[in-house]
Ligand binder design. Sequence first.
Ligand SMILES: [Zn+2]
Length: 88
Amino acid sequence: MIRNLLVFIVIIVVYYSLKTVLRSALKAYHEEEPNAPAARLKGEEMVLDPECRTYVIKDRALTRRFQGKLYSFCSEACAQRYEEKHRG
Ligand SMILES: [Zn+2]
């Protein structure tokens, strides 16, 4: 009887670990969309803040031009920090 119970427990453990592995594998597969844009949230375009590496909604981002290139920032503080680092 005890042996049967042990086998039963092992089967359950194996079943749940397989299920977890499969679920995470499927999740990874679905998240990987090669042709999708870098980041999108509810149809809003996201831009990367190069200073703090945060994605910001484009409409709310602070845009600054450095050396002829446009950069988007989450805040004035980040824009200033970035400018100080890349000046000269
Ligand atoms: Zn920032």
